[in-house]
Design a protein around this ligand. Sequence first.
Ligand SMILES: [Zn+2]
Length: 253
Amino acid sequence: MRPREYDADRFDRMRRIGWLDVDRIQNSKCLVVGAGALGNEAVKCMVLAGFRRIAVVDMDSVAVSNLSRCVLFRDEDAGVNKAEVVARRASELCPDACVAPLASKVQELKDWDYDIVFGCLDNISARLHTNSHACFHGIPYIDGGTDGFRGKVQVVLPGGPCLECAVNKSHMRVLDSRFSCTGGGTVFVPKAAAEITTASVIAAMQVREAIKILSGKSDLCIRGICYYNGESCESDTLTLSVDPACPNHEETL
Ligand SMILES: [Zn+2]
């Protein structure tokens, strides 16, 4: 090999992580639900890491207040569907990536033929919908969430404890609340605090967990929910077990 020939390989440094399966990552088909702060960061990490078949779903439009934490949005995108903007800019970042925008609610999706589903959502109702469909189709689901400087990542593997296993009564009280970043819902809920550094950390963790799964290293994944506190820079993991009352496991119990 001539000196620096290895630098011609876009994924050379990734391949140096011995167990990382670049080919499997490139051939995987993934769904990103939500094209807000987490969705922007997740798709950015995905296309850079070699993911090439990505669908992004979001019904919201870009607002100026999104620009402090969405790397793929620009001022001129205000009013344009978020999924469409993310898909276009991600394709500019990596032209050989196929990023398909779906300008709709996740509840309207018919196709669930994916290898990994990412939850980059801001409401519990859509999270539980996505979780139940991923469980039904046996697709690993990686859910992220942020609240100011705090965030969490939950990895749901087929047959394992899911989001609904972990839902408590406080979640159920706001189940039908829709509190999007642009406030298009029928129920007014004050906007949650959000900033880019926590979104970046959480989305990166989500993509990292997907890389593990696709590389056959699910044993390295978060077991349950990883809580991240950006104020103290500490994290803690809550391990979960399957709730026998959870409707998403009827066939496995
Ligand atoms: Zn469950």
